[in-house]
Ligand binder design. Structure first.
Ligand code: WQD
Length: 351
């Protein structure tokens, strides 16, 4: 079985991707310093797959510690690099922390990949690189606009760093641009564990519905859209996960015609914030307590994917619909409330 190193394997998308990799016959190790995650999700991975995944609790910004992991696992065939800070608002407040962490960790991973001749590399990117697009849906050749936040800038710079290193090394790479990952694994044994007050829409919805938050705010209903609220491309996290396994197989089977391939990971369906809330209310049977507030600085009005390239090249087909995204997200929130002791003190998560 090919051994794959997943950085950020204890995180939301990382843990779901590990499940998919194992179920497709890969051996997986994780490197995650748990600064923004807990190892609790590794228990969920074991419950789903039966496999105990080893996590090296190492800071990727510490080159020597990371080098030691590669030295212990010289047979690594591929790397999927998720580990990064990802809160847009926090990145505006602490840009140096974001550049230091997100770019420093990426550079160390790539240095080790070159040193240990790891042939395949997948980079966790984001639709954020498109900024506020002139046209939707966006394709992979849609213009990359000036980043709206240091977080977005680290994704744009990260893509460029991967591209430049791949072009002068044995590394073949795939850049996966996620739209809005939401929901939880259908087993409800892993899901999103937001730290502190959730910035993203779906955790804000489920935490309001369960009473962790008194009320949530819809940031603006005066946009030039069908109901005035922003449009996004919500994509189930398990669909995002399966795309990573397919991207790895794409590289391992030599199907890539370029040293660096780029794919949008979205459903292709634009959904408004208010439509997402209505879908949640329908599947949960809960009336959500929200108010309409002012626009959030930095938000763009509408972005959603043209996902044809991933469908054609990777053979990827997202299978979860909006109701299933909301249903699994809600069931996961209910499980967190039941197992608060297991997943750590939720007050900690609320700080
Ligand atoms: C979605 C919509 C908000 C919360 C960001 C990053 C992206 C990715 C996902 C990491 C917006 C509205 C939200 C709330 C609201 N990050 N909203 N009330 O901003 O599209 O994308 O997170 O991978 O790279 O840019 O996601 O979920 O924060 O917001 O009305 O309490 O929901 O205004 O229109 P976003 P989001």
């Amino acid at each position: 079985m090919a051994k794959i190193l997943v950085t950020g394997g204890c995180g939301y998308i990382g843990s779901h991707t590990i499940v998919d990799l194992i179920q497709n016959g890969f051996e997986v190790i994780s490197v995650d310093n748990n600064s923004r995650s807990t190892s609790a999700l590794l228990t969920g991975i074991k419950l789903i797959t039966g496999e105990e995944v080893k996590n090296y609790k190492v800071d990727l910004c510490n080159f020597d510690d990371l080098f030691a992991v590669f030295h212990e696992n010289p047979e690594i065939k591929g790397i999927i690099h998720f580990a990064a800070y990802k809160a847009v608002g926090e990145s505006v407040e602490f840009p140096m922390m974001y550049y230091d962490n997100n770019l420093g960790s990426l550079m160390n991973v790539l240095k080790c990949a070159s040193e240990f001749k790891v042939p395949h590399f997948i980079f966790s990117s984001s639709c954020t690189v498109y900024g506020s697009p002139d046209h939707v849906p966006v394709t992979e050749t849609s213009p990359v606009k000036p980043a709206e936040s240091p977080y977005g800038a680290t994704k744009q710079m990260g893509e460029q760093i991967v591209r430049d290193i791949s072009n002068v090394s044995e590394i073949n790479s795939v850049l996966l641009r996620y739209f809005n990952p939401v929901g939880a694994h259908p087993s409800i044994k892993i899901g999103e564990l937001p730290l502190g007050r959730p910035q993203n829409l779906v955790p804000a919805i489920t935490q309001t519905a369960i009473g962790k938050l008194d009320q949530m705010t819809v940031f603006g209903d005066d946009y030039d859209t069908r109901d005035g609220s922003c449009i996004r491309d919500f994509i189930h996290v398990s669909d995002i996960a399966s795309a990573h396994t397919l991207a790895l197989k794409y590289l391992m089977e030599g199907k890539n015609s370029e040293k660096v391939s780029v794919f949008n990971l979205g459903t292709g369906n634009g959904v408004t914030v208010l439509e997402a809330i209505k879908a949640f209310e329908k599947v949960s049977g809960k009336k959500l307590n929200y108010k309409i507030g002012p626009r959030r600085p930095g938000d763009i009005m509408a972005v959603y994917a043209n996902n044809q390239h991933a469908k054609t090249e990777l053979g990827w087909n997202p299978i979860y619909n909006l109701d299933q995204m909301m249903d699994t997200a809600w069931k996961w929130e209910l499980k967190l409330a039941e197992d608060a002791s297991f997943f750590g003190d939720t007050n900690f998560m609320m700080n």
